[in-house]
Write a protein that binds this ligand. Structure first.
Ligand SMILES: CCCCCCC[C@@H](O)CC(=O)SCCNC(=O)CCNC(=O)[C@H](O)C(C)(C)COP(=O)(O)OP(=O)(O)OC[C@H]1O[C@@H](n2cnc3c(N)ncnc32)[C@H](O)[C@@H]1OP(=O)(O)O
Length: 715
């Protein structure tokens, strides 16, 4: 990297007779700047005189640098700037470093102590800066450094005068940075902690030794360089470390429940914990954003109150298109390895459609803090303590299409007190124009925030239903991927609990957990494929409770029971046996053919059809395929005796038992072709491209079968 040089630049450094100022002067001079070494030469209380500046100038000159000494007080800042102009004809860099202390506890602090400290730090910086400003503006170039202090930012006992002046410099820097922006004048602030005349008997001796000013000088020099583009930054630096400091503002709260309520001293008291709750606090960059931010929050508040009086209500628009559907389907485990999933993944598929659970997303209200706002005084809800407890969706009109815009009304219907925890019940109604398409209900479990004497039950709650006490009618298992939550979150639930290990641990988990809706998406796919003809439009309603967390990578085992048009289900983890979804059901319009759960029914049917044809072609007896956990076992028999046996392993983590191409679709479309592919007479890729074959899964199956069957045909 090229050295950052200051050739041709003139720097004025106040208080440069020792400590930090001296280091700045030495470093800038060594890199080619002409330097005005200003120092009044007094002790740290501003009393006395010495010739420190000459010593520094000599050191610079001895090393071949260019410098002049200046003994004016910063209170006469214009004289210091004149020294630069008289000697070097210009000024490019101004480092306001001079300072004094008059430390006393506030009771003993005199007005003179106050004024003197302000005169040197704040007024001194004003005087030098004001004098330099006209030059900076004319030449369209300037670099200004203010010097603040941790005492100003955090306050320090016995330094009320100094703390006030030092924070004043931060405000000065922020405002001046705005005024200088269009003239290429960058104004920044250093918050140094270093060994200097100001700190020598304040810091412990060991620390005093380690806090060398020369570790801070490069930071200040960089911020003074022409390549430095930042402005309005406050940079804390010590011990060779630097960090940015800025203010943050809490999310805050309206001080009333509804817009029509008055703000009273009591309501302020009630809402105070939310006023000072710093979870989700953010930095605001510009003064204009303060009012914009407030307007946004008040808008949410107004929206919340729309239509529903006392309820916390929030209206929003929700847009989606085919890409959202495919991304969601991938997030809940659909895969091209599973031919019957293609219609959820491929927008050109002739049956392309959304999974029914996709539509739950419109009702998820991540952007408006509905449950947090509904919490009673002294209780709070945020991403560190909420868990998705239950979910319901009910389609009341036609199944929605593959793209659209909805108008969504979300509101909290009840806040339940479960003793140690709270449960917020959030209803959503999803409209297109005036038409209600469907509704959802979420139970948001707020860990540890109960005990506010609220109701335990709600008439508005759509409750889970226990599964029958008999062996399940079907079981489907599917492993989730390690990256499942990382993929699922891209559908809009960016709760860090699902990806950030630190947040997960802070919320009491050992690692990030899967979104409840992701596990639900898996299980509902299983139910749909098993009993719903794999047709989302066949679904009327879905309900589930998330009983235990799932970790990405675990295997979801969905157990199903058919009772009329209701398919009860529960989901277990294969690895632990834990039941993770309970009391769940899918209400169907029509229950499809009930398929045996142990065999991948549709794949088996497709391959059976192939075998019948193969039998005709090769004149051999081919036994029916059997499937054990997705591995097909085929027997070639001659005169009742097995002469050859082979397996076709369709099992991948993503292939689901019980889900495959619909047998009838497959066979009517490509019956003869499959045989031709299997016996190597037809190139499946070409057939697919010509649109002759529509279901890619058959191609996969035939491709795998082809070589095997060819060999078998030779028997
Ligand atoms: C603001 C923006 C909104 C966005 C929301 C969604 C954001 C998402 O990113 C968040 C997620 O996806 S989190 C992941 C999915 N959820 C989970 O993993 C939760 C799993 N469940 C559990 O751990 C426990 O059931 C647990 C901890 C929930 C409860 O266990 P326990 O404390 O042991 O409860 P228990 O003693 O059994 O019961 C106490 C009372 O609570 C009711 N209850 C239990 N589980 C519930 C649940 N899951 N949902 C709703 N209510 C539940 C019980 O019925 C009982 O009440 P009562 O005595 O009145 O019957």
């Amino acid at each position: 990297m090229d050295l950052l040089r200051f050739d041709g630049r003139v720097a004025v450094i106040t208080g440069a007779g020792g400590g930090l100022g001296k280091e700045y002067a030495l470093l800038l001079a060594a890199r080619g700047a002409k330097v005005v070494v200003n120092d009044l030469g007094s002790a740290r209380d501003g009393v006395g005189k010495s010739n420190f500046a000459d010593t520094v100038v000599k050191e610079i000159r001895d090393k071949g640098g260019v410098a002049v000494a200046d003994y004016n007080s910063v209170v006469n800042g214009e004289k210091i700037i004149k020294t630069a102009i008289d000697n070097f004809g210009r000024i490019d860099i101004l480092i306001n470093n001079a300072g004094i202390l008059r430390d006393k506890s506030f009771l003993k602090l005199s007005e003179q102590d106050w004024d003197l400290v302000h005169a040197v730090h704040l007024k001194g910086a004003y005087k030098t800066t004001h004098a330099a400003w006209e030059y900076f503006r004319k030449q369209n170039y300037g670099r200004i450094i203010m010097t603040s202090s941790n005492a100003g930012i955090y306050g320090n006992f016995g330094q009320t005068n100094y703390s006030a002046a030092k924070l004043g410099l931060v405000g000065f820097c922020y405002a001046l940075a705005l005024e200088g922006a269009k003239y290429n004048i960058k104004v920044n602030t250093i918050v140094p902690t270093a060994a200097s005349r100001l700190t020598e008997d304040i810091l412990p001796p060991d620390m005093f030794q380690a806090m060398k000013p020369d570790l801070i000088a490069p930071v200040v020099a960089y911020m003074s360089h022409e390549s430095f583009d930042g402005t309005g930054h406050v940079i804390d630096s010590t011990l060779g470390y630097a960090s940015k400091v800025h203010f943050v503002k809490s999310v805050g709260t309206p001080l009333k429940k509804k817009p029509s309520d008055p703000v009273t001293i009591e309501s302020v008291k009630d809402f105070w914990p939310k006023v000072v709750d710093m979870n989700g606090a953010k930095h605001i960059d510009k003064i204009a954003e303060v009012s914009m931010d407030l307007a946004d929050r008040l808008q949410v508040f107004e929206n919340r109150a729309k239509l529903d009086g006392d309820r916390y209500t929030y209206w929003k628009d929700y847009n989606y298109d085919s890409k959202d559907l495919s991304l969601y389907a991938l997030g809940v485990g659909a895969s091209v390895l599973n031919p019957s999933d293609l219609k959820f993944l491929y927008e050109s598929h002739e049956e392309f459609t959304a999974l029914p659970t996709f539509f739950i997303l419109a009702g998820m209200c991540m952007e408006a803090p509905l449950v947090p706002a509904a919490m009673p005084p002294g209780k709070h809800a945020d991403f560190t303590n909420i868990l998705h407890g239950e979910q319901y969706i009910e389609f009341v009109d036609d199944f929605p299409g593959t793209e659209g815009t909805f108008q969504v009304r979300n509101y909290v219907v009840d806040l339940l007190d479960k003793g140690s925890s709270a449960v917020g019940i959030v209803n959503s109604e999803i409209f297109q124009g005036d038409k209600l398409l469907y509704r959802t209900q979420q139970h948001i479990f707020v860990v540890g925030q109960g005990g506010f004497n609220g109701p335990r039950k709600s008439d508005n709650s759509i409750d889970v239903q226990p599964a029958p006490k008999r062996k399940p009618d079907a079981v489907v298992e599917q492993r989730t991927a390690e990256d499942q939550a990382a993929l699922y979150r891209l559908s809009g639930d960016y709760n860090p609990l699902h990806i950030d290990p630190n947040v997960a641990v802070a919320s009491g988990h050992t690692k990030p957990i899967l979104h409840g809706l992701c596990s639900l998406g898996f299980s509902v796919r299983h139910v749909l494929a098993q009993f719903g003809d794999n047709s989302p439009a066949n679904v009327k309603a879905i309900k589930a409770r998330f009983a235990k967390p799932v970790v990405p990578g675990q295997t979801i085992v969905t157990e199903m029971w058919v009772e009329g048009k209701r398919v009860h289900f529960q989901s277990k983890l294969k690895e632990t046996g834990n039941v993770v979804i309970t009391g769940a059901y899918v209400d169907l319009k029509n229950v499809g053919k009930v398929r045996p759960s142990a065999v991948s029914a549709s794949d088996s049917l497709a391959s059976d059809a192939i075998f019948i044809k193969i039998k005709e072609e090769i004149g051999k007896n081919v036994a029916k395929a059997k499937s054990i956990n997705g591995v097909f076992l085929y027997n070639i028999t001659v005169n009742g005796k097995t002469v050859k046996q082979w397996t076709l392993d369709l099992k991948t983590p993503e292939v689901i038992e019980g889900v495959g191409p619909k047998a009838d679709t497959t066979l009517t479309v490509s019956d003869a072709d499959i045989v031709e592919i299997a016996t190597g007479k037809l190139n499946p890729q070409a057939a697919f491209m010509k649109g002759k074959l529509k279901i890619a899964g058959n191609i996969m199956l035939a491709q795998k079968l082809g070589p095997l069957l060819k060999n078998d045909a030779k028997l």
